[in-house]
Design a protein around this ligand. Structure first.
Ligand code: FES
Length: 169
């Protein structure tokens, strides 16, 4: 025969359920927090090279704006994004890929190779009129340094570009 203390009461059943529910809610909150705190976020090391052009299709000495897609890793997110590079091919084994933002304040510059208004045969930034030669050197304007370059290499006639930027001073 069970005593009165041994018989589970409605009150003790509710207390047990409340404790279980509290533990469950704690686990639901703690698990993502633990993952966030214990797992190291990934970052884009710039080591991933993306093939952006076949050099046989780019005329030598004439800068070309190449549009391509790359995957950027930002924390726990992988973002596929469209981007561009200005490519200057010197030969089928040698080319430079310039970052498309002006080193002054980041405007998009363009190649003025038609000898029209502006510097003519130069990269020209429309924001404050900086201009750069084909090899990225500053020709005029407020730009503090030459055009930034992507880390890149040529393999089998293909130009491979990293997201890492090399600043030339
Ligand atoms: Fe290009 Fe200022 S942003 S010259």
């Amino acid at each position: 025969m069970k005593t009165e203390e041994q018989v589970p009461s409605r009150r003790s059943f509710h207390l047990t359920m409340i404790r279980l529910l509290g533990g469950l809610i704690g686990a639901v909150v703690a698990a993502p927090a633990a993952v966030y705190l214990l797992l190291k976020p990934k970052s884009d090391t710039g080591e991933n090279l993306v093939e952006i052009a076949s050099l046989s299709e780019i005329p030598a000495g004439k800068p070309q704006e190449v549009v391509y897609y790359r995957t950027r890793v930002d924390g726990w997110k992988r973002i596929r994004e469209k981007t561009t590079a200005w490519v200057v091919k010197n030969s089928n084994e040698d080319a430079v890929a310039f970052h498309p933002a002006c080193p002054h304040l980041g405007c998009a510059y363009h190649w003025d190779g038609e000898g029209g208004e502006g510097a003519g045969d130069a990269f020209v930034c429309p924001c404050h009129a900086s201009s750069f030669s084909k090899d990225g050197a500053v020709l005029g304007g407020p730009a503090p340094r030459p055009l930034d370059r992507y880390v890149s290499k040529v393999e089998g006639g293909k130009l491979l570009v990293s997201s890492e930027i090399k600043k030339v001073s």
